[in-house]
Design a protein around this ligand. Structure first.
Ligand code: TNX
Length: 516
């Protein structure tokens, strides 16, 4: 069978080296060589590690069935959905179906192989996660639904695996609360682009968004505010479990953040005892940062932090708990580092590992801690210091991947303190060379935060995330030597049909050749 796959050579194409394939693929489309259906292969985001076109095609019809082994049952529904999106009909699941999932060694933990030939489609992977990513790729290969027409998928062989294990997005549900249904929609969008970590920024000055047993005022008072004075809101433990399960079913881990010891006005407004002067703060609805801090070192604060972290750990199956540590201006250096080290002990006591914003690199860290880089004008040397202590780094450079930055001066929503961030800025950088002293081995991955000071509704949220979120997904997934903005831009443009069908509000960046 192999001979068929290298038959490109006979079309005058060189045997495809990894770096060449995408460029040739697209060049073929541009010069009109190949049918329109073949062009669809060029529409993959993130670009797989290897793509080789073949000859022939598989045609899906209303009788096409799917075949899924019992051990991969968690992916069966996702595959059925992908086929239904394309054909308009839910496929039957039976052994011997033409679209087949198979478990087997050799693809790496999250990798997969996808083969389309005249007889059918096979996705093979070592894990259910790998199969799920193969299904997401298949979704992008399937032509958009045209009722009654046969759905033809050109022959192709894809071998794919991610560059980084942490491919994240962060939602700030504290500044403006987001209902469960909207967080789920965002998880769907993340998963379509193979992102696998949802960092939930659950608490901040303007609101506390998770119910904690034994601390009812956190939700009675702390959750009842948000930026601009709206009603706020919070997740019950059941809501949160529901979100975690929904994410898990899409191979997304939830990393909860309880931002400490600063960004805590909502907690300070809920409980007088958390303030050194014993007086409750007023709820805060502005957008200043850095003014609040727990009364560190007091037994009340220690009990509060211990009980909150214990509850969050109990509700969270994932490995990490984020405890913030950013922008604390009200504490002395020793007060700050001592608090972060105590928080680390508390997190460790629950069996989890701690994640923190880069500032906490100044504290003594345990190996395996995650430090999240975000700000260039804060000394990036602290990140290298943290790495020397055995920490791993998640890259969230604000000037590249803060999805709350405006695209340009016309953007109707967002901030600009880290500059204007167009989609090319989000795309054209290498996480492994960004910070001196922090090489590839220290980088766990990439995460795109979306802070919501200015974001009041889901349409504004998606406007900021699209198209930059898919750009960041490719930074996190695709080998660096395979990436170039020129080849990315038309592939990204090809996503817009999906976005329209999903009803997404997105930014029509002038850097992308959208098709009209
Ligand atoms: C900085 S990033 C913050 C957030 C703001 C954001 C706005 C970080 C650790 N702190 O509190 O929401 O900028 O862009």
């Amino acid at each position: 069978m192999d001979g068929r796959w290298w038959s490109n050579t006979s079309m005058g194409w060189p045997r495809p080296g990894v770096a060449l394939v995408a460029g040739l693929f697209w060049a073929g489309a541009m010069t009109g060589c190949g049918s329109d259906v073949q062009v669809r292969g060029a529409a993959l985001v993130p670009l797989p590690a290897e793509v080789v076109t073949g000859e022939g095609a598989f045609t899906l019809g209303t009788a096409t069935a799917i075949s899924v082994p019992a051990e991969a049952a968690g992916v069966a529904g996702h595959l059925a959905f992908a086929v239904e999106e394309a054909t308009g009909r839910r496929p039957e699941r039976r052994s011997g179906g033409e679209i087949r999932l198979a478990l087997g060694a050799g693809t790496g933990a999250e990798g997969y192989e996808l083969t389309v030939d005249d007889d059918g489609i096979v996705i093979r992977a070592q894990t259910e996660a790998g199969l799920f990513y193969g299904v997401q790729t298949l979704r992008q290969l399937l032509p958009q639904r045209a009722d009654g027409e046969a759905v033809r998928v050109p022959a192709v062989r894809i071998a794919d695996r991610p560059r980084f294990p942490w491919r994240g997005a962060m939602l700030d549900v504290a500044r403006h609360f987001l209902p469960v249904a909207e967080v789920k929609r965002y998880i769907d969008l993340m998963a379509a682009y193979k992102l696998n970590v949802l960092h939930l920024h659950l608490t901040d000055d303007q609101g506390w968004r998770l119910a904690i047993e034994g601390w009812p005022a956190l939700t009675e008072i702390g959750a009842a505010s948000q930026v601009g004075g709206g009603r706020g809101g919070f997740y019950t433990a059941d809501d949160y479990r529901d979100l975690v399960a929904y994410a898990r079913a899409r191979f997304v881990d939830v990393v909860p953040e309880i931002d400490l010891p600063g960004h805590t006005n909502a907690a300070l407004a809920s409980y007088a005892e958390l303030n050194c002067d014993g007086r409750r703060r007023d709820p805060y609805t502005g957008i200043e940062v850095g003014f609040s801090a727990l009364c560190v070192g007091s037994p009340q604060t220690d009990r509060f932090v211990s009980e909150v972290i214990a509850e969050v750990a109990r509700l969270t199956p994932g490995r990490y708990i984020h405890v913030g540590g950013d922008e604390v201006r009200e504490l002395s250096e020793p007060e700050y580092t001592r608090f972060m080290e105590r928080a680390q002990e508390i997190v460790g006591g629950t069996g989890k590992r701690m994640a923190v914003w880069q500032e906490a690199g100044r504290a003594r860290l345990l190996p395996g801690t995650i430090v999240q880089y975000w700000k260039a004008d804060e000394d990036p040397g602290v990140v290298a210091d943290a790495v020397r202590q055995g920490a791993k780094v998640v890259m969230s450079p604000a000037s590249r991947v803060y999805l709350d930055m405006k695209y340009d001066s016309w953007t109707h929503v967002g901030q600009d303190w880290a500059g204007m961030v167009e989609v090319a800025d989000s795309y054209e950088w290498d996480p492994a060379t960004l910070i001196e002293g922090v090489g590839a081995a220290a980088v766990l991955g990439v995460e795109a935060p979306l802070w919501t000071e200015t974001v009041g509704g889901f349409d504004d949220l998606t406007y900021l995330a699209f198209p930059r979120l898919p750009a960041v997904a490719e930074v996190a997934w695709t080998p660096q030597e395979r990436r170039s903005f020129d080849v990315f831009a038309p592939r990204l443009a090809a996503q817009a049909g999906q976005w329209k069908r999903w009803g997404l509000n997105y930014h029509e960046s002038p850097q992308i050749p959208w098709k009209r």
